[in-house]
Design a protein around this ligand. Structure first.
Ligand SMILES: Nc1ncnc2c1ncn2[C@@H]1O[C@H](COP(=O)(O)OP(=O)(O)O)[C@@H](O)[C@H]1O
Ligand SMILES: [Mg+2]
Length: 315
């Protein structure tokens, strides 16, 4: 019997030692189809080692990797057809031009010369390298090479895109641009993307799922909206009369702390175990007290807090 799976990537007990050093230990990654999965962790956590194994460039010490249900090593050709990979340090032949390089890579992936040229043009424009199409690769900046690597990862129209810190050499505008493109590929073309980063807001901006790795161990994994819902406990409310709201909220048992910041804004900290009651009682309180609600937002960055907490840096 074939078991249907909607996981594009599934690893079980994925482990890699370098000599005595354990870089990745018993990782069980699950990347559902069609999502952007942010693989977050500090430098040296094991991100690149994991991604190199996932794309079949590095043998695990033990553990299994399934991509589209296939074994990355024994079904190599089939997997490679569907996979695009931007390595941490993208390589391109220094004396080739970006155009030549992409055409060459396109030919290797089975395109005719004409198809490869068309695809290369389209991708160079897409990644913002159109004007450098005929410069030599060795004259490109690190950021431009990264963009070229991004284009190369897309040349075979992959269904699963693996990007190892694709923005590490880019300036803030470039980062924003590439991340938007990643998001668009996922939303418009249905690509599944696994993207590593050590920058929390970046992951937050593009990803639906997150996996946090530290010292080779996966410390948490899941849908970001679910994970941060468990972290949000501080809010700022803006209302027409903060005193009235304050008096009512003081009586609620899910409230840990509440105070007025000024006559229109209220700081609220809730007990996460009871916070469901907040969503039920707050509308009632506002209606009964005839209060207008101008703003309601969580304070701080819940994903950052989750990250720091799981790494044992914060409470
Ligand atoms: N080829 C290698 N030989 C020895 N140690 C390695 C090798 N590659 C990675 N490591 C070690 O494995 C750990 C994880 O590295 P890496 O996967 O590159 O982390 P990240 O990408 O999260 O920064 C680090 O301690 C690194 O020094
Ligand atoms: Mg790395």
């Amino acid at each position: 019997m074939r078991i249907m799976t909607d996981l594009v990537l599934e690893t079980s007990n994925l482990t890699r030692f370098f000599g005595e050093k354990c870089a990745v230990y018993r990782l069980n990654l699950k990347v559902p189809k069609g999502v952007v999965y942010g693989f977050l962790g500090p430098n040296g956590a094991g991100k690149s080692t994991t991604l190199r194994m996932v794309v079949g460039c590095l043998r695990p010490t033990y553990g299994k990797i399934k991509v589209f249900g296939l074994n990355v090593f024994s079904d190599r050709v089939k997997v490679m057809e569907k996979l695009g990979y931007l390595p941490e340090k993208p390589v391109a032949y220094p004396y080739m031009t970006p155009m030549d390089f992409l055409v060459y890579m396109g030919r290797l992936s089975g395109l005719t010369r004409k198809e490869a040229v068309e695809k290369a043009r389209e991708l160079l424009d897409f990644v913002g390298l159109g004007r450098l199409a005929y410069s030599k690769v060795n004259t490109l900046s690190a950021g431009e090479r990264q963009r070229l690597g991004f284009a190369q990862a897309l040349i075979n129209e992959p269904e699963f895109l693996v990007l190892d810190e694709p923005t590490s050499n880019l300036d803030p505008v470039g980062r924003f641009d590439i991340l938007n493109k990643v998001r668009r590929l996922a939303e418009e073309k249905g690509l599944t993307v696994l993207i590593s980063s050590h920058v929390i807001p970046e992951v937050e901006r593009v990803s639906d799922y997150v996996g946090i790795i530290n010292n080779g161990l996966l410390v948490v994994q899941g849908r970001i909206s679910d994970l941060i819902a468990e972290e949000e406990d501080e809010y700022l409310l803006e209302v027409s009369d903060s005193k009235k709201l304050l008096e009512r909220l003081r009586k609620e048992d899910y409230v840990i702390e509440v105070r007025a910041r000024d006559h229109k804004s209220v700081y609220l900290k809730v007990d996460l175990n009871k916070s469901k009651a907040l969503w039920l009682t707050l509308p009632k309180i506002l209606a009964e007290e005839k209060l207008a609600l101008y703003g309601f937002r969580p304070i701080g960055d819940p994903l950052e807090r989750l990250f720091l907490r799981r790494l044992g840096v914060a409470r």
